[in-house]
Design a binder for this molecule. Sequence first.
Ligand SMILES: Cc1ncc(C[n+]2csc(CCOP(=O)(O)OP(=O)(O)O)c2C)c(N)n1
Ligand SMILES: [Mg+2]
Length: 349
Amino acid sequence: MAAKVSSGASGTAALTENVENKSFNKEKYVHFYEQMVHIREFEELIDKEWNFPKHGIGGYLHLYSGEEAIAVGIIGALQREKGDCFIGHYRDHAYALASGSDPGEVMAEICGKATGCSKGKGGSMHICDAERGFFGGYGIVGGNVPIALGLGYALKYQNKDAVCVCFFGDGSMNQGAFHETLNMCQLFKVPVLFVLENNGYAMGTSIERSHANPDLASRVDSYAMKHEKIDGQDIVKVHERVSEIIAEMRVTSEPFFLECETYRYHGHGAADGQVTQSTYRSKDEVEKWKTSRDPLAIAERILLEQEALSDTDKERIYQEAHAAALAALKFADDSPNPAPEDLLKDVYA
Ligand SMILES: Cc1ncc(C[n+]2csc(CCOP(=O)(O)OP(=O)(O)O)c2C)c(N)n1
Ligand SMILES: [Mg+2]
């Protein structure tokens, strides 16, 4: 079944209404917009280049294009100095880039180079940057969710007023460990913000075909956990609401479940091209999301309306982002492969 294009803030009037009641921080949202453009250009470049053997991009590659407002809006609400941390799944390049990781190191990891953030031993699904509080991407669907409970428990144990954010997809919600985690997290009052990136599909299977109750946020009622569903395409809505939720979590130390409605533009993985993609979702559906719900276009409209961005700025930001992505790829291409004698270093035996 098709993922409905949400009626969210697709019109200008709704966007204005969304920012009118807040003291709109132009500088912050221009920065978020720049981050989203950088992530989009980075990923679109990889999409073009991934099958050229010279880059050595091996294994899996899952792109985040279309979902950028979630990573940027939420990671932008974290405070590293307090000890906030986060963990993600395999669609993970954007988490690192949103937290300020070096794009060259992220690209080098994707290309399996020694200069990569996981020393070239993890690849695309295992980007991490513990210094920035990013405890990694994970290839096992739902595998990161119990780890988030451990990270959150450590924060509580250390008496920090910090939170752990756990990003995952709709597919994770049908894993047993997901449910054990939510039960324990609510029982022990552990400050984990569970962020469901609901893009309507787990690989080629729609929500309607795989979830007995397709109202996903309501499923956590079983654990008496607070939950909410928001439009994941509007960076202002995401960031403002998440900032409020996190501020409350710092005081209560209780978990929260946030469903963000979103859409991925590319196939599930780089090998799932447009041809296979059209067997489970129509080109028309993909186009509708791209043209009416694109997070970058929504941010642009808000910033133009607020006179925080001009067409010239927009052009410059895109050029800079494209140049940065090319520079990251060059850094990766010029970097050495991991040395054979380092094979067993930095890995668990
Ligand atoms: C435990 C486990 N089962 C199956 C897979 C194969 N698999 C990889 S991604 C995926 C779909 C997950 O979809 P979702 O959680 O909605 O995330 P999305 O790809 O939509 O971001 C599946 C079934 C896996 N990696 N791990
Ligand atoms: Mg999904």
